[in-house]
Design a protein around this ligand. Structure first.
Ligand code: SAH
Ligand code: TMP
Length: 416
């Protein structure tokens, strides 16, 4: 049996270095993280086997298997970036820092964004008449960006698309991306496309959820179909050095429960910040380069699962009502992995109209609007968008003041 498992695993190769992967955690059958569905579609629901593996060579943590990108990103994509006010503020300051770094006297700087969604970041460039281009394959959110005047093309990025852009628009000064690079399986092809598009002194600046935070906080819910990779400075360094590019700076971010901003340029074109050496040495101390550390993550994840399920079951047996707060894609992993369904959680409230009236992926908990939460408050609210806790606590002061209790599972399962 064990031999058979090893044999099966050998077909999974690292998407960066093509070496075999070691399996770390098996999360079992999972639906699409953003696959909110109607009752009548339950029988056709899509599931895949969600397992993560690690390559000691590239140091990249990644899904062994994932759904086809077209299944996840289409004309009915459920995540609209602008639903969070705090993220809007974050992207405004991201844009300001990029604009400040651009030489505006130079002949018309050009900025490209990968996965611009509804235009939350690029709108600040459009407002200042800076030449820009958004690449966004999910047409419904891309249309929102177009509506507010953002130049957007609705396609999946690849080296081939980079060639086309190069022909019509030329090279860019900044290639930006937030919470997108970790979604794209053919990452070497993406790196090649970016390399072609970037001017000699240009910069690639992107941010994504950070493996260091996932390990520290046991935030395993960052793992779902769309998040094919969990990056660290070590794995990003390996990836881009393969393509003769280098890390210029690293700036940790608080967004999405702990992210890293990676600043990358063509080799030998920039002064390298001290942050690069410092963060890499912290990662080596944390063991982000080896498999042992991933085994610690595995046991922490298993403990979190047992504790969350037991807590909800205990509260339910005491006759308490429990609701989920925010139908995040992260919560799809939590509910399906921990086997939490409508018998424990009555409903989930979420401010995204497209999710309301639907069922949560896999476990089929009804999604309602935050108004329903206000009208029919539970005894306990399970905080699923823990990365937006400040904003949510601000919105739901009344619930808390009236004695409503919050449950979190990050960094450990507890009642707040
Ligand atoms: N940048 C936004 C959106 C993140 S959600 C933010 O941080 O809020 C991820 C986005 O990546 C989705 O809008 C999805 O459609 C887009 N995406 C997925 N694969 C892509 C690809 N190959 N090329 C460009 N965008 C992609
Ligand atoms: P994210 O964690 O992937 O950013 O998803 C956030 C989800 O939480 C999204 O579906 C919108 C929802 N949400 C609320 O319902 N209320 C809120 O106050 C905030 C900030 C988010």
């Amino acid at each position: 049996m064990e031999n058979q498992k090893l044999e099966d695993l050998s077909k999974y190769k690292c998407k960066v270095c093509n070496e075999p992967l070691s399996e770390i955690i098996d999360f079992g059958k999972q639906p699409l993280g953003n696959g909110f569905l109607e009752k009548e579609d339950i029988n056709q629901e899509y599931f895949y086997s969600m397992r993560i593996g690690f390559s000691e060579k590239s140091m990249m943590l990644q899904l062994l298997e994932q759904p086809e990108p077209k299944r996840m990103f289409h004309n009915n994509y459920a995540f609209f970036s602008s639903t969070s006010k705090n993220m809007a503020v974050h992207f405004e300051s991201f844009a300001e820092s990029v604009i400040k770094s651009l030489n505006m006297k130079e002949n018309s700087p050009f900025v490209i964004e990968l996965g611009c969604n509804d235009g939350i970041l690029l709108k600040h460039f459009a407002k200042k008449n800076i030449k820009h281009l958004g690449i966004e394959p999910s047409t419904n959110v891309a249309n929102e960006a177009k509506k507010i005047g953002i130049n957007t093309i609705s396609e999946f990025f690849s080296e081939e698309l980079a060639d086309k852009i190069l022909e019509t628009e030329g090279q860019c000064d900044r290639f930006l991306s937030a919470n997108v690079m970790c979604h794209i399986p053919n990452i070497n092809n993406v790196a090649l496309g970016i390399k072609k598009l970037l001017k000699k002194k240009g910069l690639l600046i992107f941010e994504d959820p950070y493996l260091g935070d996932v390990v520290k906080k046991t935030s395993y819910d960052q793992i779902y179909d769309e998040h094919i990779f969990l990056f660290s400075a070590l794995s990003i360094k390996f990836l881009f050095e393969k393509h003769n590019m280098e890390l210029v700076d690293l700036i940790p971010q608080n967004t999405h429960g702990g992210s890293m901003r990676y600043i990358i340029g063509h080799k030998d074109q920039h002064i390298i910040s001290k942050n690069v050496e410092n963060i890499i040495s912290t990662e080596l101390k944390l063991g982000l380069n080896n498999i042992q550390n991933k085994q610690v993550l595995k046991s922490n994840v298993e403990r979190s699962k047992t504790q969350l399920f037991s807590l909800l079951k205990k509260l339910k047996s005491e006759g308490k009502t429990i609701a989920g707060y925010a139908a995040t894609s992260k919560s799809t992993t939590v509910f399906n992995y921990c086997n939490i369904g409508p018998e424990l959680v009555d409903y989930i409230c979420d401010s995204t109209p497209l999710k309301q009236g639907k069922l949560s992926p896999g476990m089929h908990i009804p999604i309602v609007s935050p108004n329903e939460f206000k009208k029919n408050p539970p005894d306990y609210a399970l905080l699923l968008a823990w990365n937006h806790s400040e904003e949510i606590m601000q919105n739901e002061k009344e619930f808390t003041n009236n004695g409503g209790k919050w449950i979190t599972h990050i960094p450990e399962v507890k009642i707040l």
